[in-house]
Each structure stands twice: as C-alpha cells, then as structure tokens.
Write a protein that binds this ligand. Structure first.
Ligand code: BGC
Length: 763
C-alpha cells in the first residue's frame, strides 16, 4: 500500500515529506524565476536600457497585440497582409512588447529578428498565448482534471503542455486560471479548480511549477500567468463579466490564496480580471494591484490587462475616456495592455501633459523588462522559437499517453447501483445512445486556441478499440445537442429494447461553458432530456455519461439511472479514457471539485459555506434556512466519488483532545476496502473553527491523501494538523490562529463522517 500526498505538511511518510518540501525548496529558491523576484530593485542592465528609451518605446514595452487574424508571414503572390505589415513596422520601431495567440513559429522568429536586429534598442519580444489545457495534445479541461484531486498529475500535464507550447513558439501562457468558483452558472468554472480554496492552492501551484519547469530560462519553460486577479469567480448571478461584491475578509480567505500560492511557486505575472469588486474594476484597482500585490506580497512580476480591459474602464463608468482609462490602469499597477493598443496611443501624451508621472511608467517598464530577463530573452531571444521542435515535440507519444491517464483519473463515478459498472467486455449487447457518442467536436472542451480536432478519440472509437472487432454494439444519436432529430427517439428506444445495457452520453456542448458562456439553467438541454426519459422508460440498466463544464442540475431520469459518470471534457484521449473506466481496465478515482446542487436555484452553492443562525436540518421541521421546494443538501457533495469497490471509514481519532499553540495534532482514521475490487481512495481532512470573530465555514478542506487498497486491506491515514491550518482571516484582514474550539474529521467527502472536537489553548 502506498500513501502519497500533495501537501508536504500532510505527508504520510518522512520520505514523501522530504520529497514535498524539497520540491518547494527547489522551486522557491533555486530557479531564476524566484531569483528574479528577489533581484535588487534596480538592475543596472535594466536601468541603462530604461535611460535610453523614448516614451514611445516605453509605451511600446507595455503594449501587446493579439495575433489571431494577422495571418501568416508573407504570401509570396500577394505580399504581406496590411495588418501583418503594420505589426512588423511597429516591431521595427520598438513599439510592441510582443504578441499573443500567434500560430506561426517561423513568423515569430522573423518578428524576433526584426525586434532584436532592426529596432533601435533591440529589446526582444515575448510571445504569449492562451494555452489552457494543452496545445495539440488536449488534456482534460482544468475543472475536470482537478477532479483527480491529484496536484502531481496537474503538474505533469502542465509540463507536457509547456513542452508543446514552447515548440510552437509560445513563451508565456495566460494560465492557470485560479479563480475560485462557487456558482455553477458561471461558464468559466470550467477553467479553474472548482469551489475549494485549499484544493485551488495546491492545483494552482502545481500548474505553475509544471508550466515553468525547473529553469525559467530553458527552451521548454513556459511563463505562467495565474488569472484573473481577482474575485472573478464571484461575479453576481454567475454571469460572466458581471459585478462582484466581495467583503475584504472573503476576498482574502477564498479568492486570493490561489494567487499567493502561485506566486510563491514562482509565477511572475498575473492578469487583471474583467469584473469590478465593490465598484472598482480590477484593471484600475490600486488596492488589489498595488497595495496587496506589491505592498503586502512583495510581488515583483508584472500585471497584464485582460483583453482590452483598460478600455472597459470607460464602459464600467470608472474612467471618462480612453486616456483617463489608461491613466487609471497604469497608476493602479496594471503594467501591460493586451489587445487594445491604448497604452501606446495614450501614455506618451499623458506623460507629456504631466497627468501621468514618468516614474510610474518607468516602474511598469522595469517589471516587463525584468520578466523578459528572467526568461532569458536578452541572452537568447530565439528561445522557444525553433521551428524544428514542431516536428519532435508536438503530440509526443508520452504526452498522448499522459492525456489518457489524466482523462481516466478525471472521471468521477457518482452512482453505481447494483454494480452495473464496470461493464463486461463480452456477453452483453450494448446500445450507445446520445449526441456525443460519435461526436469529435466536443471532445476537447473550451479554450483550445489551436485545437487539433481530428486527433480527438470519439467515445464510439474508444469502445470499439476496447471491445475489438465484432462487438455487439448499437450506436444511435437519438437527438442533436440542442434539437430533436426526426425519428431519433424511436430509433434510440428500439436500440435500447434490443440491448442488455444502455449507455447514454449526454450533456453540454463545448460552447456552453467557458468565457461568455454563463447559463441561467445549468441543465441538460431539453431534447436530450426527452431522449433520456424515453430510453429510461424502456427499463434496461442505464449508464449515464455526462459531458459538462460545470456541476449540473440533473433530471429525474438521470438521477434514477443505475450509474452516473462525470466525464467533463476529457481532451484528445476522451473516448479511450472513458472506455478504460467503463470496462474496468481502470477503476474510477476522481472526486468532485464542485458540489452538484439538487436544483439550479440553490446556486451559488458550495460545501464550505458559513453557518446561518438557523442551520437547516436536512430532515427536520421547516424552521431553518432552506427553500420550500428542495433540501439544502447537495445531490452529490464536493469530494464525492466512488470506485468499483466499497470502503469503510473508521472513526476519526486524534492524538489528544487539547493542544497548545505551537503544538501539532495527529489525526488519523482507518480505511478498509470492504469490497472485492482494488480501490483507490482519496481521504479528505476537514476542519471547522467553532467560534470566530468572522463566522467560519461549516467545513474546510485541509488535506488529502491518496491510498491504494487491495480487497480486504486496511490502511491508517494520518494527518498532522498545525496552528497554521487553524488560522483564518480576521476582521482586521490579518490571518492568525485564535485559541478555542475546533472540529476535525477524515471523510470520503465533504458531507460524510462525524467530526470530533478538540481544543487549542494559548501557548
Ligand atoms: C480572457 C482571458 C484571456 C484573454 C486573452 C480574455 O477574453 O478573459 O482569460 O487570457 O482573453 O485571450
């Protein structure tokens, strides 16, 4: 039996503890990224450069253009396209810091050559892109991958992504998204790690480490950009771009920690979010971008605007016009503008008129140059611009194998009545029904900027490969994603009648989640529900595979199915990964990173909420905080996920009922595989702070442990709780631990187990 843990604090053994803390040490102090952050405030090389720069060149260093639509280098017959020629001229004049979402490494190299050889000061460009969950090898969407509860896996897929992206000419990714999302209506839930800050921190730092690798100057190191700073996940009503009202304590307790964890892991950039918080849009938010980021956290990297977000200060009603917007954004601490070109357009005049201090501009330029230097661009401007790597480093077999591994580890089994899963590979007639069975277009998921659609393995293909030729398989779409198909339901019902087991693959299309894709109804589209209802009425054992970028409200026919499986958007190897789990070659091991509500009207809905003064009793009389129509509990809680065996948790045991400040507490529980199959358990440690000056969550995750158990085997999982784990953000916005009463439990999910009390006394 092997136990591992992503958090060094909670390691099962000294060996894993050392490995964990060494990883932190290497990343924290050994790599250039961190060295750059600790570099003296004035770097003579950068100061010399700064002295020679004109205000236009400075504004240029703060300006990045989007490259999509620019087109390829030169069409030999028609010559360069105008947009491209303008860009090349801008580069030659030293008026552009780089491009994002360019898709041509050769063109990138040519541009770099112009920047280095033709521009007056030869400052290299930087190439960025939204490489969110893979470049050509698509890994599961970040939310799906987070369901692995395995930060190590997230680090490995980020590393593989970095190798591909840098082979494609990308040096900086606008990722990871580390927004904590507690409202499933928000389409961008799919981009992050879900609703829990602790898990969000572990996954954020892992992704940063994976993207950046051990040496930021290496050809295959991809600069990370944790985003969107900050509070973007708290947009009201889950509507993308909406306003957010976040008390300072909640901001610091819930939304900021994954950013801090990312910076501690070496991230040198961040992106200002589109939303306002309490009326102050992030791009112009001095408190966020300067007081907290640079003041409290001593962050020495750069802040980039989000796609035109400085211009949006005008639309928000926060700035009078474009120039005012630029003034407010730069002064707040937003160093670089992407897409709109407003910094280049307005900074020179703003400085000349005295409205914007040159010192503020200089500081922004310093930050940009420092990051370029940390990436090694001044010594090696052609790093990650080697077209030869396109042939060797894209879709490497090991990356594709990793996509399959990540795919299956992201799958969450919600329900498995009478062990309908795993399915036998022979002897049963299967009907594969639903709009996603043969679909390739929705396999990868949102945010693939340069998708390789044809590489996606469909579900049908995955099943056929698993079963071999001659398998008894009926394949029927039944309906489209959002529309009925003529005769579709009849054909599906006929197939179900002839089958022993029905597998229905239903859910959301790619464009139903992601940016600008919020939903008021987080449901399966009606034509699909009609299909499921009709097939369910046939009465055959039914397995529901869900495709989704968020937790969904499930219709009764899905809830009543024998098995329900979350498959998110699993990426290139989607069909293979699902087949691996469906036929039992690998048991499911994912856990929900978001709570499934019973009804959409419960949103925002998350396990780690505060207690009201009238806590609702799930089965009690209707006196507590509750809705008339529905229980306040989750349909499937955060952390839930089954395997193909059964497990039993013994009582949580603590070393002592009372500890003193400065001491640690050992917490353990015995877990037993009570079934007949191998099992991978993800034990979860939750605490509750019983009394606090800011009411605390009824439960908060503080540790996870992965345990493999043979049938009949038991293991003791043990965590060490320290005062730091019991700290919270106080009314004065400082984080500290108070003596007092606490509860702790080791449980298979956020709603299970019986917490036990302990006391923390002053030192
Ligand atoms: C998104 C960012 C993204 C940027 C650049 C914006 O619309 O909000 O997440 O990085 O575009 O493509």
């Amino acid at each position: 039996m092997e136990t591992t843990n992503d958090n060094p604090q909670f390691s099962a053994s000294r060996r894993t503890f050392l490995a964990g803390s060494m990883a932190v040490t290497t990343i924290g102090f050994g790599m250039p990224a961190f060295a750059a952050m600790r570099a003296p405030a004035t770097d003579p090389f950068i100061e010399r450069l700064l002295k020679r720069m004109t205000i236009e060149e400075k504004a240029g260093q703060l300006t990045m253009n989007g490259a999509l639509g620019i087109g390829r280098l030169v069409n030999p017959t028609t010559g360069p396209e105008p947009a491209l020629q303008t860009t090349l001229d801008q580069i030659a004049q030293g008026r552009l810091t780089g491009l994002f979402n360019a898709d041509d490494v050769k063109l990138g190299r040519t541009m770099q050559q112009i920047a280095v050889e033709k521009s007056r000061l030869g400052i290299p460009l930087i190439f960025a892109a939204d490489i969110i969950h893979g470049l050509k090898t698509a890994f599961p969407v970040p939310l799906g991958e987070s369901a692995s509860f395995d930060a190590g896996l997230c680090e490995r897929t980020a590393r593989a992504t970095a190798i591909e992206a840098t082979a494609f000419g990308v040096q900086w990714t606008f990722a990871p998204a580390v927004d904590i999302a507690r409202d499933q209506r928000w389409g961008r839930v799919v981009e992050g790690a879900g609703e829990d800050p602790w898990l969000g921190c572990r996954i954020a730092e892992a992704r940063v480490r994976g993207f950046q690798g051990a040496d930021l100057r290496a050809n295959d190191s991809l600069l990370a950009c944790p985003k969107h700073f900050a509070g973007y996940g708290a947009v009201q009503g889950g509507m993308d771009y909406n306003t957010a009202d976040i008390p300072e304590t909640t901001l610091r307790e819930v939304h900021l920690p994954p950013f801090k964890a990312s910076f501690d892991a070496g991230a040198l950039t961040t992106m200002a979010s589109f939303n306002d918080t309490g009326g102050v849009p992030s791009t112009g938010n001095h408190h966020l971008l300067t007081d907290i980021l640079r003041g409290e956290w001593a962050f020495r990297g750069l802040v980039v605007s989000d796609f035109n977000s400085e211009k949006e200060l005008v639309d928000h009603g926060y700035a009078a016009d474009e120039a005012d917007a630029v003034l407010k954004a730069v002064t707040a601490g937003c160093d670089m503008s992407i897409q709109g070109g407003l910094y280049l357009k307005h900074i020179p005049a703003l400085v000349q008129s005295g409205r914007l201090k040159m010192a503020v501009v200089d500081e922004a330029v310093r930050r940009v140059l420092r990051v370029k230097k940390a990436l090694g661009l001044f010594e090696n401007p052609y790093r990650s611009l080697d077209p030869a790597r396109m042939g060797t480093d894209i879709r490497r077999p090991e990356a594709v194998a990793l996509a399959r591994e990540a795919g299956r580890k992201s799958i969450v089994l919600l329900k498995n009545e009478r062990n309908v899963l795993p399915l036998p590979k022979s002897g049963k007639a299967l009907a594969l029904i639903g709009p996603f069975v043969t679909d390739r277009n929705n396999a990868l998921g949102p945010w693939m900027v340069f998708p390789d659609m044809k590489s996606a393995v469909t579900f049908e293909q995955g099943v056929r490969d698993a079963l071999g030729a001659g398998a008894a398989l009926a394949v029927v779409p039944g309906c489209g994603i959002e529309r009925p198909l003529h005769g579709g339901i009849d054909a599906a019902v006929a197939a179900a009648r002839a089958a022993d087991v029905v597998v229905l693959y239903v859910g959301e299309a790619t464009n139903m989640s992601g940016e600008g894709a919020s939903r008021a109804d987080i449901t399966i589209p009606k034509p699909q529900v009609d299909l499921i209802d009709a097939v369910a009425a046939v009465g055959k054992p039914m397995v529901i595979l869900l495709k989704h970028g968020r937790a969904l409200e499930l219709p009764n026919s899905v809830k009543n199915a024998q098995a329900i499986v979350c498959t998110w958007f699993l990426g290139s190897e989607s069909g293979n990964a699902i087949a691996d789990v469906l036929f039992g070659d690998h048991a499911p091991q994912g856990r929900l990173p978001v709570s499934f509500p019973r009804r959409a009207g419960q949103e925002p809905f998350y396990y780690n909420h505060r207690s009201t003064g009238r806590p609702s009793l799930v089965e009690g009389p209707p006196v507590g905080a509750r809705y008339r129509e529905v229980s306040t509990s989750a349909l499937y809680p955060f952390g839930h996920g089954l395997g193909y065996s059964t497990v039993a948790y013994g009582a949580t045991e603590i070393g002592r009922p009372r500890i003193r400040m400065g001491e640690s507490l050992s917490v353990k529980a015995r877990i037993t595989n009570t079934g007949t199959a191998k099992h991978h358990e993800v034990a979860q440690l939750y605490i509750r702070i019983r009394v606090a000056e800011i009411v605390q969550p009824i439960r908060a995750l503080k540790g996870i442990r992965h345990v493999d158990l043979e049938p009949g085997a038991s293991a003791d999982v043990e965590f060490t709780l320290t005062a730091q784990d019991l700290a919270y953000v106080h009314a004065d916005t400082r984080t500290r631990t108070d003596p007092g009463a606490f509860e702790v439990v080791i449980a298979p999910n956020s709603a299970a187990g019986t917490p036990i009390p302990f006391l923390l006394a002053a030192a």
